[in-house]
Write a protein that binds this ligand. Sequence first.
Ligand code: HEC
Ligand code: HEC
Length: 307
Amino acid sequence: MKKPLSILLGVLILLICVVALGAAYVNFAPIPKHEAQAPELRIEADSAMIARGERLVSLSCALCHVGKKGRAMEGGPWREKDLGALYVANLTRHPESAASRYTDGEMALLLRTGIKQNGEMALTMPRYAHLSDRDLQSIIAFLRSDSPLTAPSDKTWPERELNMLGKVLTRVAIKPLQYNSNVADPDFADPVAHGRYLAHNLACYHCHSADFATVNEWEPEKSEGYFGGGNGIVRKESPEKIPSTNLTPHPTNGLGRYAMAQFGDAVRYGKRNDGSTLDHSMPRFTNLNDEEVGALWAYLQTIPALE
Ligand code: HEC
Ligand code: HEC
């Protein structure tokens, strides 16, 4: 009777030691680094590219990298604390800013794969694997150009401090995406193709699918519950997460409740179909033009309806 018990106890103690050692290792070992060659990039920017870059940045990067409303993209503490203390970087043209520290090739590598200049993975920032080469270069060209969004700011932020979950995830779960090259523009004349391009590159499906943990950035349509909503989004005001909504063409639970014009008001101005205001965890994509809203709408009608 006594023997099996002591064996069990021994095994248990051993197990506890292994777990404790593992935890100590993950906690104190350096964050893993990824080797990747930044591409050689020579961007020959023209004014059309800079204008295009400005629209894309204001629809994407600026939503997170503008520190205070109406200011330049000077960054600041990131609102989500799940993985530790993160700081959105200063993307202004100040010579010491993060954006200035990056070469064009390093910036392209970060945006496509998630690998930072120091080899570590950036957390929570979306990857732009399916942005066309031209759009990717337009974004980088815009970051180097003169605009209120890039007006030099000398703000600096501390190094991020990952908690245990952040450290575990960077070790086991968060891996670089492949560097996608030679990505062509979509057929902008085809609303469905254009809408799919926007829905993927503006990361709508990250929030509007089932869970951030099962978002598939390489093959977005394979994300669990693609556009069915339900993912819990962190909000500034309260610890309770707010669920994202179903944007599939389901007649009663999805976009069937919306007309196209109402959809445009929701996406651009945060107006729900009953006139009330959407929570601020839903970004305001104010700069989307009518053609782009129509394209998003057309694309969302083509995906399988979910309850
Ligand atoms: C959803 C919010 C979000 C969006 C959109 C976003 N970022 Fe970020 N960005 C972050 C966060 C959070 C970090 C800090 C990540 C970390 O430290 O792990 C970051 C970090 C960075 C860094 C610094 C990396 C380093 O070496 O520390 C650069 C450069 C950057 N972002 C550029 C961009 C550009 C360019 C865009 C648009 C194409 C963009 N970001 C879009 C949230 C975002
Ligand atoms: C950062 C997460 C996030 C991103 C990115 C995001 N959404 Fe949302 N969205 C939400 C949340 C959360 C709600 C629900 C807000 C509420 O209920 O008050 C919402 C609500 C909506 C609604 C209202 C739907 C309804 O059922 O009332 C529409 C339409 C919408 N989003 C479209 C989009 C589109 C299109 C994109 C991409 C261009 C997008 N969203 C990107 C989080 C997000």
